[in-house]
Write a protein that binds this ligand. Structure first.
Ligand code: GLV
Ligand code: MN
Ligand code: MN
Length: 405
Protein backbone atom coordinates (compact mmCIF):
# COMPACT_ATOMS: atom_id res chain seq x y z
CA UNK A 1 0.00 0.00 0.00
CA UNK A 2 2.90 2.35 0.63
CA UNK A 3 4.19 1.57 -2.87
CA UNK A 4 0.78 2.56 -4.27
CA UNK A 5 0.99 5.79 -2.29
CA UNK A 6 4.55 6.46 -3.46
CA UNK A 7 3.53 6.10 -7.11
CA UNK A 8 0.51 8.31 -6.60
CA UNK A 9 3.01 11.10 -5.79
CA UNK A 10 4.82 10.72 -9.12
CA UNK A 11 2.20 12.41 -11.28
CA UNK A 12 1.74 15.54 -13.37
CA UNK A 13 0.76 18.21 -10.79
CA UNK A 14 -0.92 20.33 -13.47
CA UNK A 15 -3.21 17.57 -14.77
CA UNK A 16 -6.43 16.31 -13.16
CA UNK A 17 -6.50 13.15 -11.06
CA UNK A 18 -3.37 11.04 -11.04
CA UNK A 19 -1.85 11.56 -14.48
CA UNK A 20 1.28 9.70 -15.50
CA UNK A 21 0.73 9.52 -19.22
CA UNK A 22 3.10 7.47 -21.37
CA UNK A 23 5.68 9.39 -23.43
CA UNK A 24 6.07 12.04 -20.72
CA UNK A 25 8.73 12.72 -18.08
CA UNK A 26 6.17 11.76 -15.42
CA UNK A 27 5.89 8.25 -16.83
CA UNK A 28 9.67 8.05 -17.06
CA UNK A 29 9.87 8.97 -13.37
CA UNK A 30 7.30 6.30 -12.48
CA UNK A 31 9.15 3.62 -14.41
CA UNK A 32 12.48 4.67 -12.90
CA UNK A 33 10.91 4.42 -9.43
CA UNK A 34 9.82 0.85 -10.24
CA UNK A 35 13.33 0.03 -11.49
CA UNK A 36 14.80 1.27 -8.22
CA UNK A 37 12.35 -0.80 -6.18
CA UNK A 38 13.21 -3.89 -8.18
CA UNK A 39 16.93 -3.29 -7.66
CA UNK A 40 16.40 -2.69 -3.93
CA UNK A 41 14.63 -6.05 -3.73
CA UNK A 42 17.68 -7.70 -5.26
CA UNK A 43 16.20 -8.38 -8.69
CA UNK A 44 18.48 -8.36 -11.72
CA UNK A 45 16.99 -5.30 -13.32
CA UNK A 46 17.07 -3.90 -16.83
CA UNK A 47 15.11 -1.65 -19.14
CA UNK A 48 14.72 -3.34 -22.50
CA UNK A 49 14.74 -1.67 -25.91
CA UNK A 50 10.99 -1.12 -25.70
CA UNK A 51 11.11 0.72 -22.37
CA UNK A 52 9.80 -2.24 -20.37
CA UNK A 53 11.25 -2.39 -16.86
CA UNK A 54 12.10 -6.04 -16.22
CA UNK A 55 13.30 -7.57 -12.96
CA UNK A 56 14.48 -11.16 -12.71
CA UNK A 57 14.44 -13.21 -9.53
CA UNK A 58 16.65 -16.18 -10.41
CA UNK A 59 15.16 -19.60 -9.71
CA UNK A 60 16.91 -22.70 -8.45
CA UNK A 61 16.35 -24.48 -11.77
CA UNK A 62 16.42 -21.80 -14.49
CA UNK A 63 16.40 -24.51 -17.18
CA UNK A 64 12.67 -24.85 -16.37
CA UNK A 65 12.08 -21.41 -17.84
CA UNK A 66 10.34 -18.48 -16.21
CA UNK A 67 7.05 -17.30 -14.77
CA UNK A 68 6.11 -13.74 -15.69
CA UNK A 69 3.94 -11.28 -13.78
CA UNK A 70 3.38 -7.53 -13.87
CA UNK A 71 1.27 -4.77 -15.40
CA UNK A 72 1.75 -1.07 -16.17
CA UNK A 73 2.27 2.22 -14.34
CA UNK A 74 1.27 4.65 -17.10
CA UNK A 75 -2.20 6.16 -16.74
CA UNK A 76 -4.80 7.85 -18.87
CA UNK A 77 -4.93 11.65 -18.53
CA UNK A 78 -6.97 12.33 -15.40
CA UNK A 79 -6.77 8.68 -14.34
CA UNK A 80 -6.63 7.00 -10.96
CA UNK A 81 -4.17 5.35 -8.58
CA UNK A 82 -4.93 1.66 -9.21
CA UNK A 83 -5.28 0.81 -12.93
CA UNK A 84 -2.17 -1.22 -13.77
CA UNK A 85 -0.34 0.04 -10.70
CA UNK A 86 -1.87 -2.64 -8.45
CA UNK A 87 -0.43 -5.35 -10.71
CA UNK A 88 3.07 -3.88 -10.58
CA UNK A 89 3.15 -3.15 -6.85
CA UNK A 90 1.62 -6.58 -6.09
CA UNK A 91 4.37 -8.23 -8.15
CA UNK A 92 6.97 -6.33 -6.09
CA UNK A 93 5.18 -7.46 -2.91
CA UNK A 94 5.29 -11.09 -4.08
CA UNK A 95 9.06 -10.80 -4.49
CA UNK A 96 9.30 -9.19 -1.04
CA UNK A 97 7.28 -12.04 0.51
CA UNK A 98 9.37 -14.69 -1.21
CA UNK A 99 12.55 -13.00 -0.05
CA UNK A 100 11.37 -12.43 3.53
CA UNK A 101 10.18 -16.03 3.89
CA UNK A 102 13.40 -17.40 2.36
CA UNK A 103 11.44 -19.11 -0.42
CA UNK A 104 13.40 -19.92 -3.58
CA UNK A 105 11.32 -20.62 -6.67
CA UNK A 106 12.38 -23.28 -9.15
CA UNK A 107 11.59 -21.06 -12.12
CA UNK A 108 12.96 -17.61 -12.72
CA UNK A 109 10.35 -15.01 -11.82
CA UNK A 110 10.15 -12.10 -14.27
CA UNK A 111 8.47 -8.95 -13.00
CA UNK A 112 7.55 -6.61 -15.84
CA UNK A 113 6.36 -3.01 -15.81
CA UNK A 114 5.11 -2.80 -19.41
CA UNK A 115 5.76 0.41 -21.33
CA UNK A 116 2.80 2.53 -22.53
CA UNK A 117 -0.19 0.24 -21.96
CA UNK A 118 -2.84 2.92 -22.33
CA UNK A 119 -3.54 4.15 -25.86
CA UNK A 120 -0.96 6.91 -26.26
CA UNK A 121 -1.51 10.13 -28.20
CA UNK A 122 -0.84 8.18 -31.42
CA UNK A 123 -3.75 5.87 -30.57
CA UNK A 124 -1.53 2.83 -29.99
CA UNK A 125 -1.82 0.81 -26.78
CA UNK A 126 0.23 -1.95 -25.13
CA UNK A 127 3.49 -0.83 -26.75
CA UNK A 128 5.75 -2.78 -24.39
CA UNK A 129 3.92 -6.09 -24.61
CA UNK A 130 3.50 -5.74 -28.40
CA UNK A 131 7.25 -5.18 -28.72
CA UNK A 132 8.13 -8.11 -26.43
CA UNK A 133 6.05 -10.44 -28.57
CA UNK A 134 6.93 -8.95 -31.98
CA UNK A 135 3.52 -7.39 -32.62
CA UNK A 136 4.57 -3.88 -33.55
CA UNK A 137 5.31 -2.66 -37.07
CA UNK A 138 7.99 -0.30 -38.34
CA UNK A 139 5.28 1.69 -40.13
CA UNK A 140 3.68 2.51 -36.74
CA UNK A 141 6.71 4.73 -36.02
CA UNK A 142 5.45 7.17 -38.69
CA UNK A 143 2.04 7.71 -37.09
CA UNK A 144 1.45 11.37 -36.25
CA UNK A 145 -0.03 13.11 -33.24
CA UNK A 146 -2.16 16.27 -33.48
CA UNK A 147 1.01 18.38 -33.70
CA UNK A 148 2.35 16.28 -36.59
CA UNK A 149 5.15 14.76 -34.51
CA UNK A 150 5.81 11.12 -35.31
CA UNK A 151 5.56 8.29 -32.79
CA UNK A 152 9.23 7.55 -33.44
CA UNK A 153 10.14 11.13 -32.51
CA UNK A 154 8.01 11.00 -29.35
CA UNK A 155 9.78 7.79 -28.29
CA UNK A 156 13.17 9.45 -28.69
CA UNK A 157 11.97 12.33 -26.49
CA UNK A 158 11.58 9.83 -23.62
CA UNK A 159 14.85 8.09 -24.46
CA UNK A 160 13.38 5.01 -26.16
CA UNK A 161 15.18 4.21 -29.41
CA UNK A 162 12.57 3.28 -32.08
CA UNK A 163 14.86 0.75 -33.77
CA UNK A 164 15.64 -0.87 -30.40
CA UNK A 165 11.90 -1.04 -29.71
CA UNK A 166 11.27 -2.82 -33.00
CA UNK A 167 13.83 -5.50 -32.12
CA UNK A 168 13.08 -5.81 -28.39
CA UNK A 169 11.38 -9.16 -28.88
CA UNK A 170 11.87 -11.65 -26.03
CA UNK A 171 12.13 -15.42 -26.49
CA UNK A 172 8.68 -16.16 -25.09
CA UNK A 173 9.11 -19.93 -25.56
CA UNK A 174 10.97 -19.89 -22.21
CA UNK A 175 8.07 -18.20 -20.41
CA UNK A 176 5.78 -20.92 -18.98
CA UNK A 177 3.00 -18.66 -17.75
CA UNK A 178 2.00 -15.01 -17.40
CA UNK A 179 -0.28 -13.87 -14.58
CA UNK A 180 -1.51 -10.26 -14.28
CA UNK A 181 -3.37 -8.87 -11.28
CA UNK A 182 -5.58 -5.89 -12.14
CA UNK A 183 -8.57 -3.97 -10.85
CA UNK A 184 -11.84 -4.92 -12.56
CA UNK A 185 -12.61 -1.34 -13.70
CA UNK A 186 -16.31 -2.23 -13.90
CA UNK A 187 -19.20 -2.79 -11.47
CA UNK A 188 -19.81 -6.56 -11.59
CA UNK A 189 -17.63 -7.91 -8.78
CA UNK A 190 -18.78 -5.35 -6.22
CA UNK A 191 -22.41 -5.98 -7.17
CA UNK A 192 -21.91 -9.74 -6.78
CA UNK A 193 -19.94 -9.41 -3.53
CA UNK A 194 -17.02 -11.20 -5.15
CA UNK A 195 -13.47 -10.58 -3.88
CA UNK A 196 -11.56 -12.32 -6.67
CA UNK A 197 -12.36 -12.34 -10.37
CA UNK A 198 -11.06 -15.16 -12.53
CA UNK A 199 -10.88 -13.67 -16.01
CA UNK A 200 -12.20 -15.88 -18.81
CA UNK A 201 -11.31 -13.65 -21.77
CA UNK A 202 -10.33 -10.10 -22.66
CA UNK A 203 -12.42 -7.98 -24.96
CA UNK A 204 -11.35 -7.37 -28.55
CA UNK A 205 -10.74 -3.72 -29.45
CA UNK A 206 -10.95 -2.09 -32.87
CA UNK A 207 -9.70 1.50 -32.80
CA UNK A 208 -9.95 3.98 -35.61
CA UNK A 209 -9.23 7.49 -36.68
CA UNK A 210 -11.76 8.94 -39.15
CA UNK A 211 -11.16 12.09 -41.19
CA UNK A 212 -14.16 13.85 -42.81
CA UNK A 213 -13.33 16.48 -45.45
CA UNK A 214 -15.92 18.94 -46.73
CA UNK A 215 -15.80 22.62 -47.70
CA UNK A 216 -15.44 25.77 -45.58
CA UNK A 217 -18.25 28.20 -46.26
CA UNK A 218 -19.99 31.19 -44.75
CA UNK A 219 -22.28 30.08 -41.91
CA UNK A 220 -24.85 32.78 -42.62
CA UNK A 221 -25.07 32.90 -46.37
CA UNK A 222 -24.65 29.26 -47.42
CA UNK A 223 -28.07 27.57 -47.70
CA UNK A 224 -28.37 24.34 -45.74
CA UNK A 225 -28.79 22.20 -48.86
CA UNK A 226 -25.58 23.54 -50.46
CA UNK A 227 -23.18 22.77 -47.65
CA UNK A 228 -20.48 20.16 -47.41
CA UNK A 229 -20.43 20.16 -43.64
CA UNK A 230 -17.78 17.72 -42.41
CA UNK A 231 -18.84 18.39 -38.81
CA UNK A 232 -22.38 17.16 -39.44
CA UNK A 233 -21.10 14.02 -41.19
CA UNK A 234 -18.85 13.34 -38.19
CA UNK A 235 -21.69 14.02 -35.74
CA UNK A 236 -23.97 11.57 -37.58
CA UNK A 237 -21.21 8.99 -37.36
CA UNK A 238 -20.78 9.55 -33.60
CA UNK A 239 -24.47 8.71 -33.12
CA UNK A 240 -24.18 5.69 -35.43
CA UNK A 241 -21.36 4.37 -33.22
CA UNK A 242 -23.64 4.61 -30.19
CA UNK A 243 -26.47 2.92 -32.05
CA UNK A 244 -24.34 0.05 -33.40
CA UNK A 245 -22.78 -0.66 -30.00
CA UNK A 246 -26.16 -0.59 -28.29
CA UNK A 247 -27.39 -3.43 -30.50
CA UNK A 248 -25.54 -6.10 -28.47
CA UNK A 249 -25.41 -6.58 -24.68
CA UNK A 250 -21.60 -6.92 -24.73
CA UNK A 251 -21.03 -4.39 -27.52
CA UNK A 252 -19.23 -1.14 -26.72
CA UNK A 253 -18.65 1.84 -28.97
CA UNK A 254 -17.03 5.10 -27.95
CA UNK A 255 -15.97 8.29 -29.65
CA UNK A 256 -13.18 9.61 -27.44
CA UNK A 257 -11.95 12.60 -29.39
CA UNK A 258 -13.51 14.99 -31.90
CA UNK A 259 -11.90 17.97 -33.62
CA UNK A 260 -13.47 20.42 -36.06
CA UNK A 261 -11.61 22.91 -38.17
CA UNK A 262 -11.52 25.72 -38.81
CA UNK A 263 -12.29 26.52 -35.18
CA UNK A 264 -14.72 29.31 -35.93
CA UNK A 265 -18.34 29.60 -34.95
CA UNK A 266 -19.32 31.21 -38.25
CA UNK A 267 -17.62 28.86 -40.72
CA UNK A 268 -19.05 25.57 -41.99
CA UNK A 269 -16.66 22.85 -40.82
CA UNK A 270 -14.18 21.82 -43.49
CA UNK A 271 -12.40 18.98 -41.65
CA UNK A 272 -13.62 16.87 -38.75
CA UNK A 273 -11.56 14.16 -37.09
CA UNK A 274 -12.89 11.41 -34.86
CA UNK A 275 -10.96 8.94 -32.77
CA UNK A 276 -13.00 6.06 -31.48
CA UNK A 277 -13.27 2.37 -30.85
CA UNK A 278 -15.52 -0.67 -30.74
CA UNK A 279 -15.11 -3.47 -28.21
CA UNK A 280 -16.63 -6.86 -27.59
CA UNK A 281 -15.57 -10.30 -26.40
CA UNK A 282 -17.54 -11.62 -29.40
CA UNK A 283 -15.32 -11.87 -32.46
CA UNK A 284 -18.12 -12.10 -35.04
CA UNK A 285 -20.07 -9.19 -33.58
CA UNK A 286 -16.96 -7.01 -33.54
CA UNK A 287 -16.25 -7.71 -37.22
CA UNK A 288 -19.88 -6.96 -38.06
CA UNK A 289 -19.80 -3.72 -36.02
CA UNK A 290 -16.74 -2.60 -37.97
CA UNK A 291 -18.55 -3.19 -41.28
CA UNK A 292 -21.70 -1.38 -40.10
CA UNK A 293 -19.62 1.54 -38.85
CA UNK A 294 -17.75 1.83 -42.16
CA UNK A 295 -21.07 1.84 -44.03
CA UNK A 296 -22.57 4.42 -41.67
CA UNK A 297 -19.56 6.76 -41.96
CA UNK A 298 -19.61 6.56 -45.76
CA UNK A 299 -23.35 7.19 -45.81
CA UNK A 300 -23.06 10.23 -43.54
CA UNK A 301 -20.32 11.56 -45.82
CA UNK A 302 -22.14 10.84 -49.09
CA UNK A 303 -25.30 12.59 -47.89
CA UNK A 304 -23.25 15.82 -47.61
CA UNK A 305 -20.65 15.39 -50.37
CA UNK A 306 -18.03 14.98 -47.67
CA UNK A 307 -15.16 12.53 -48.20
CA UNK A 308 -14.38 10.00 -45.49
CA UNK A 309 -11.01 8.41 -44.76
CA UNK A 310 -10.82 5.63 -42.17
CA UNK A 311 -7.56 4.53 -40.60
CA UNK A 312 -7.65 1.43 -38.40
CA UNK A 313 -5.12 1.63 -35.57
CA UNK A 314 -3.33 -1.44 -34.18
CA UNK A 315 -6.24 -3.40 -32.71
CA UNK A 316 -6.81 -6.65 -30.89
CA UNK A 317 -9.09 -9.63 -31.31
CA UNK A 318 -10.72 -11.05 -28.17
CA UNK A 319 -8.16 -13.07 -26.16
CA UNK A 320 -9.06 -16.25 -24.30
CA UNK A 321 -7.30 -16.90 -21.00
CA UNK A 322 -5.70 -20.27 -20.24
CA UNK A 323 -8.17 -22.68 -18.61
CA UNK A 324 -5.64 -24.56 -16.49
CA UNK A 325 -4.19 -21.34 -15.10
CA UNK A 326 -7.70 -20.01 -14.45
CA UNK A 327 -8.42 -23.15 -12.42
CA UNK A 328 -5.23 -22.59 -10.42
CA UNK A 329 -6.30 -19.02 -9.65
CA UNK A 330 -9.78 -20.18 -8.57
CA UNK A 331 -8.26 -22.86 -6.32
CA UNK A 332 -6.03 -20.31 -4.59
CA UNK A 333 -9.01 -18.03 -3.98
CA UNK A 334 -10.92 -20.95 -2.47
CA UNK A 335 -7.98 -22.01 -0.29
CA UNK A 336 -7.70 -18.47 1.05
CA UNK A 337 -11.45 -18.39 1.81
CA UNK A 338 -12.16 -15.63 -0.71
CA UNK A 339 -15.38 -15.32 -2.68
CA UNK A 340 -14.88 -15.41 -6.41
CA UNK A 341 -16.58 -15.05 -9.76
CA UNK A 342 -15.68 -15.64 -13.38
CA UNK A 343 -15.95 -12.74 -15.79
CA UNK A 344 -14.57 -11.36 -19.00
CA UNK A 345 -12.58 -8.15 -19.11
CA UNK A 346 -14.11 -5.19 -20.91
CA UNK A 347 -10.80 -3.34 -20.49
CA UNK A 348 -7.79 -4.17 -22.58
CA UNK A 349 -4.59 -5.42 -20.99
CA UNK A 350 -1.03 -6.42 -21.82
CA UNK A 351 -2.24 -9.91 -20.88
CA UNK A 352 -4.26 -9.99 -24.13
CA UNK A 353 -1.06 -9.50 -26.13
CA UNK A 354 1.05 -11.91 -24.08
CA UNK A 355 -1.73 -14.55 -24.31
CA UNK A 356 -1.02 -14.89 -28.04
CA UNK A 357 2.21 -16.73 -27.21
CA UNK A 358 2.15 -17.70 -23.52
CA UNK A 359 -0.51 -19.39 -21.34
CA UNK A 360 -1.99 -16.42 -19.49
CA UNK A 361 -4.30 -15.73 -16.53
CA UNK A 362 -5.71 -12.55 -15.08
CA UNK A 363 -6.84 -12.00 -11.50
CA UNK A 364 -9.30 -9.16 -10.85
CA UNK A 365 -10.10 -7.30 -7.66
CA UNK A 366 -13.21 -5.08 -7.32
CA UNK A 367 -13.43 -1.44 -8.32
CA UNK A 368 -15.63 0.72 -6.09
CA UNK A 369 -18.79 1.76 -7.98
CA UNK A 370 -17.15 0.29 -11.09
CA UNK A 371 -15.34 3.60 -11.63
CA UNK A 372 -12.04 3.66 -13.53
CA UNK A 373 -10.08 5.93 -15.88
CA UNK A 374 -11.11 8.76 -13.55
CA UNK A 375 -9.75 10.22 -10.30
CA UNK A 376 -12.48 8.43 -8.28
CA UNK A 377 -11.02 5.00 -9.15
CA UNK A 378 -10.76 3.09 -5.83
CA UNK A 379 -10.08 -0.42 -4.58
CA UNK A 380 -9.90 -0.96 -0.84
CA UNK A 381 -6.80 -2.27 0.91
CA UNK A 382 -8.44 -5.55 1.92
CA UNK A 383 -9.12 -6.35 -1.76
CA UNK A 384 -5.66 -5.31 -2.92
CA UNK A 385 -4.14 -7.59 -0.27
CA UNK A 386 -6.48 -10.47 -1.19
CA UNK A 387 -5.56 -10.16 -4.87
CA UNK A 388 -1.86 -10.03 -4.06
CA UNK A 389 -2.19 -13.18 -1.94
CA UNK A 390 -3.93 -14.99 -4.79
CA UNK A 391 -1.22 -13.81 -7.17
CA UNK A 392 1.56 -15.05 -4.87
CA UNK A 393 -0.12 -18.42 -4.29
CA UNK A 394 -0.80 -18.85 -8.00
CA UNK A 395 2.88 -18.20 -8.76
CA UNK A 396 3.87 -20.76 -6.10
CA UNK A 397 1.49 -23.34 -7.60
CA UNK A 398 2.74 -22.75 -11.14
CA UNK A 399 6.28 -23.05 -9.83
CA UNK A 400 5.59 -26.38 -8.17
CA UNK A 401 3.53 -27.85 -11.01
CA UNK A 402 4.95 -26.62 -14.34
CA UNK A 403 7.78 -28.38 -16.12
CA UNK A 404 8.77 -30.62 -13.21
CA UNK A 405 7.51 -33.98 -14.60
C1 GLV B 1 -7.17 0.29 -20.97
O1 GLV B 1 -7.32 0.43 -19.77
C2 GLV B 1 -8.32 0.21 -21.81
O2 GLV B 1 -9.13 -0.71 -21.63
O3 GLV B 1 -8.48 1.10 -22.66
MN1 MN C 1 -6.47 1.73 -18.28
MN1 MN D 1 -4.75 -1.23 -16.99
Amino acid sequence: MSDLTALSGLVDPDAPGWSRVALTDFDNAGREWVRQQMAALGLETRIDGAGNVIGRLPGARPELGSIMTGSHTDTVEGGGRYDGIVGVTAALECVRSLRDSGTRLNHDLLVVNFFSEEPNRFGISCIGSRALTGHIKASDMDRLDSESHSFGHALQQVRVDPSALLTARMDMSKVRAFVELHIEQGPHMEEQGSQIGVVSSITGVKRFQAAFRGRPDHAGTTPMDRRQDAGCAAAGTVLAIEQIASSHADGRGTTGLVTFSPEAVNVVTEVANLWGEFRSPDHAWLDDAVRRFEDAAQQEGRARSVTVELDWLPSESPAVMDDALGTLVAQQADRLGLTRSRLYSGAEHDAAIIAKTVPTAMIFVPSHDGRSHCPEEFTNERDVVAGTNVLLNTILQIDSQYGLD
